[in-house]
Design a protein around this ligand. Structure first.
Ligand SMILES: [Zn+2]
Length: 388
């Protein structure tokens, strides 16, 4: 067990305290209160931004030190996914235990450890420097769930209130296996489609008197069944489509069903847009529906468009600092799921670099405590390099 005598750094202690705040999305859990107290001590002007009504209301925190340029922002989230099976955990997911140099708990990697590293960086930077520019923190409580009352609304609020950063670093756990592996400088978009095909019901022994919707549905879905929609770009892997659900509610083995439904999700790069994909898919479905003499309904939902911050001053500066501290040259990548960077890109250039993500969302989520301190030193040097 943890020795009570051990002295940990400010950043590691803050990460432990954050893990002890049960901020399972969308609960605030005391995490933003804790950060606001720390930021106030460091001289930041803090604004709590509550978006949404009643049950859906989400607490967020914006803080800024100074008003001048350059204006550098750090962004992250304090909400965490649920712990899952508590009996399967070796440690209390909300205990902040440290053993063998590892900090355990829900959010250790995604991303309370990263936020604690922001704070470690601020402490170190402000101890040695008097900023001539300004530093902002964009901390949301709504990243892991719907992400509708968090960063997306904070970005609108920042635009309306004259908080325009020059660039923003998001502290998501971007490294697959070791600190220094990977910077994410873009993300793919996501489009979900729900396709229902309607024929006419009948006896399987008399198929000429019925019209099965199933062959048409299968033909329509072939285009999105584990297919690559393009060859990728310099910055992105090929767009891919996956069928995620199929429903034909028909318990009788002698009945041709009336309706069949399939759901698919496409992760797409900048070759496509939500609109271009909808147009392409609808043309494909129309043609099959006409030939197979069935009707269909399609509903689309998208919560992310693709974006990329081109390799340039920001990514070069980040890579240089990361290389100095870790000896690794980070890959520039646009892989993985969506992140709040998709909203921040509307405000300024944005890139993501954080802890090692191997255990995020898993049982016994953990990070190396040395990595928290090294990440804090990296963020601190990024502030120095940005001449903030
Ligand atoms: Zn995250």
């Amino acid at each position: 067990m943890t020795s009570p005598d051990t002295d940990y750094s400010y950043a590691v202690e803050l990460a432990r305290q954050l893990i002890r705040c049960p901020s399972v999305t969308p609960a605030e859990g005391g995490a933003l209160d804790l950060l606001e107290r720390e930021l106030t001590k460091m001289g930041f002007a803090c604004t709590r931004l509550v978006f949404g009504e009643g049950e859906a209301a989400i607490d967020n925190l914006f803080a800024r030190l100074g008003t001048a340029t350059p204006h550098i922002a750090f962004a992250g989230h304090t909400d965490v996914v649920p712990a899952g099976d508590l009996d399967a955990w070796q440690f209390d997911p909300f205990g902040g235990d440290i053993e063998d140099g590892r900090l355990y708990g829900r959010g250790a990697a995604d991303m309370k450890g990263g936020i604690a590293a922001f704070f470690g960086a601020l402490k170190a930077f402000l101890a040695d420097n008097t900023p001539t520019g300004s530093i902002s923190l964009i901390i949301t409580g709504d990243e892991e769930a719907d992400a509708i009352n968090g960063t997306v609304k904070m970005v609108d609020w920042m635009k309306a209130n004259g908080h325009q950063p020059d660039f923003c670093i998001v502290g998501e756990p971007t490294n697959p296996s070791a600190l220094g592996d990977m910077i994410k400088h873009g993300r793919r978009g996501s489009l979900t489609g729900r396709l229902s095909v309607t024929g006419s019901q009948g006896h399987v022994a008399y198929p000429h008197l019925a019209k099965s919707p199933v062959p048409a549905l299968f033909e329509m879905l072939a285009m999105v069944n584990a297919t690559e929609l393009d060859d990728g770009t310099e910055e992105f892997v090929p767009s891919t489509a996956q069928i995620v659900d199929l429903v034909i509610e028909n318990p009788a083995s002698n009945v041709i069903p009336e309706q069949a439904t399939g759901q698919f999700n496409i992760r797409f790069n900048t070759i496509h847009s939500v609109d271009s994909l909808k147009t392409m898919l609808t043309a494909h479905f129309d043609q099959i529906a006409a030939r197979q003499d069935v009707r269909y309904d399609i509903s689309f939902a998208s919560n992310a468009s693709p974006f990329v911050t081109p390799s340039g001053a920001l990514t070069k500066m980040m890579a240089e600092v990361i290389r100095t501290h870790t000896g690794r040259t980070p890959d520039l990548s646009t892989t993985g799921g969506t992140s709040d960077a998709r909203f921040i890109c509307q405000l300024c250039d944005v890139a993501e670099f954080g802890l090692v993500g191997k255990t995020m969302h898993k049982i016994d989520e953990h990070v190396e405590i040395d990595d928290i301190d090294r990440l804090a030193a990296i963020y601190c040097d990024m502030l120095v390099a940005a001449r903030v």
